[in-house]
Design a protein around this ligand. Structure first.
Ligand SMILES: NC(=O)c1ccc[n+]([C@@H]2O[C@H](COP(=O)([O-])OP(=O)(O)OC[C@H]3O[C@@H](n4cnc5c(N)ncnc54)[C@H](O)[C@@H]3O)[C@@H](O)[C@H]2O)c1
Length: 250
């Protein structure tokens, strides 16, 4: 992909799933990559420079990005990907306001803080890609916290894109649906997975590499005129209401 060679790119949550597939794609394109993850064992196994960081712990985000950029000798790109999919589900009456605040802080403030730190360090054109979800644009039963957090990420993407455009730092978001990562394979019963896949017009779930390809495109110079946008990678799921919708999480 045009313009990824020698770029210095930090991927949060890079030790598994979509983040790991992104690391592998960027490596194959000649980029230098560092990851931030709370799972230190898996991070070490990836074989690229890494920093321990838990985005659930407030205010560690900025320093984690600074440390990761130090390992690379700078930063041109950031992928804000770290999150636990779906999270707490509960009906309205049982929503816990403390949990709600914590989920928003981890996702919204995490993306904001990490991007603040990366933008401070970017000396030329840069690219930030935020991983949202179809749940940020569409509602599913009981996914109040995850859905609101992903919607916040989509709005932050637009606000940050506008402010950073004069510095030629582009900010975009990707909304995956049902992607067969460890989080989905280990977290959803085979029946739930099959039901979700049956609702996808293309007839198959995404692979982590499919989402990584979209992220890589947005990081690359191929996307140099695109900023503030949400790219939906969902096999057509969002095109139609003619599908079973209950219980989908991704
Ligand atoms: N898989 C899907 O179907 C799907 C759909 C829509 C959106 N997403 C989004 O894609 C992103 C990646 O999900 P995935 O499916 O690859 O999950 P995954 O569990 O396979 O990988 C997530 C990685 O992020 C790390 N991580 C999680 N919480 C963290 C935290 N608080 N601090 C630091 N690191 C943390 C994990 O250790 C792991 O390495 C998430 O933002 C998720 O919401 C996934």
């Amino acid at each position: 992909m045009k313009g990824l060679a020698d770029r210095k790119i930090v991927v949060t949550g890079g030790a598994s799933g979509i983040g790991l597939a992104t690391v592998r794609l960027l490596q194959s394109e000649g980029a230098a990559v560092a990851i931030i993850d709370r799972d230190t064992e898996s991070a070490e196994a990836v074989g690229v420079p890494w920093v321990e960081g838990d985005f659930a712990e407030s205010h560690g985000w900025r320093q984690a990005v600074v440390n990761a950029a130090d390992l690379l000798g700078g930063v041109d790109g950031l992928v804000n990907n770290a999150a636990a999919i779906a999270g707490a589900t509960a009906p309205l009456a049982e929503q816990n306001l403390d949990d709600f605040g914590a989920t928003l802080a981890m996702n919204g403030a995490g993306v904001l803080g990490a991007t603040q730190a990366a933008a401070d360090l970017m000396t030329g054109a840069g690219s930030v890609v935020n991983i949202a979800s179809l749940q940020g644009t569409n509602a599913s039963p009981m996914l109040y916290q995850y859905g609101t957090a992903k919607a916040a990420i989509i709005h932050l993407t637009k606000s940050m894109a506008l402010e950073l455009a004069p510095r030629h730092i582009r900010v975009n978001a990707v909304a995956p649906a049902m992607t067969l990562t460890p989080a989905v394979k280990n977290g959803l019963s085979p029946e739930r997975q099959a039901a979700s896949i049956a609702a996808i017009p293309l007839g198959y779930a995404g692979e982590p590499e499919d989402i990584a390809g979209t992220i890589g495109f947005l990081l690359s110079d191929l996307a140099r005129f695109i900023t503030g946008q949400l790219i939906i990678a969902d096999g057509g799921l969002s095109l139609t209401t003619a599908r079973p919708h209950r219980g989908e999480i991704a």
